[in-house]
Design a binder for this molecule. Sequence first.
Ligand code: PLP
Length: 382
Amino acid sequence: MDPSTRVVRPISEADPTFGGLVPPIYPSTTYRRATDGSYPGGHSYSRDQNPTTEPAEQMLATLEEGAEALLFSSGMAAAAALLDSCEPGTHVVAPRHMYWTMRRWFESEVARGRLAGLTLVDATDPEAWRTAFDNRVAPGAPLLAWIETPANPTGDITDLLAVSELAHEAGAVVVADNTVATPAHTRPIEFGVDVVFHSATKQLNGHGDVLAGALVCAAPDALWDRVRHERGYRGAVLGPFEAWLLLRGMRTLFLRVRQSSASAALIADALANHQGLRSVLYPGLSHHPHHDVAARQMHDGFGMLLSIRLRGGAEAARRVLGRLELFTDATSLGSVESLVEHRSMVEGAGTPVPDDLLRLSIGIEHAADLLSDLRQALDPER
Ligand code: PLP
């Protein structure tokens, strides 16, 4: 059965009392204990497990073809639980172009001595990963390879299979941030990744009304056990109402992703040779430098994230952004409405993002409307 069929099947086992097709919301924080000390309902306290969160976790594990999933109160909370579960003295290898808060947080963890080292690489080049693994901070230091593909906001593509193989040879744990691709396009575990990470705040939920994070493991192991405990100790769990909304959002994932991706591809194609643009960064374009790798590991499209680089630098970028009417100037991505952001301004000094770049998150509006809005913003005279 195709995953797009599986996610919309009734989840009736989650409501054994009335047989409802969608699960109820269980707000109770605590559960009755039997006289022998056991929990007949299988639940004790909602910092450890919650019956509304569990079907959402199962659905995500199914979507990613992983063994188990854990939900967190945000993407960053999920990343923190993972990093804190790694061996002391871990060295992280990560892309130079990646979600900026994650990169800055890695940097701050090194500065505070909580990570032994961090190497930022040109993630599109497997050899750069190999060199970074070889030159870790100390021979034999535990390694974490953090992949993000397509990268936010440049759309850089990392070869999941090649980097996973190299990382495993070096003894690294491999994590892939699959927020931008979503399992509707890429299932990183198929390519050897150990743990899939999500900001579920984005397209997994898809409606801009839930902050959530997730981890999915290929196979439970000692690291996964520590992650589960870490979540319980810190209490960075997702509340039952948010878990329920996320579950509802995931059931329409494929529809939304197909629509947004098809529109992004159409817009990228239509603007690829626009005179006002230095370039359109979209892995679906056949002339994208890593299109072949993207085509190997992405199916049914190339995602909703596309960036444009303006001739005329930061000023031109700000001008175009100011003329857009359908795209809202707001942070985040992967919701039903299209968003635009001047990333270098947001990220500030030290960002590797060029100052002429506008990041577009393509929503589910009609593609023709989005394209004509971009055209009028780029060519106000016409
Ligand atoms: N990873 C990517 C690619 C993101 O875009 C974001 C948020 O924008 C995150 C991780 C962090 O997730 P959250 O905002 O849910 O903590």
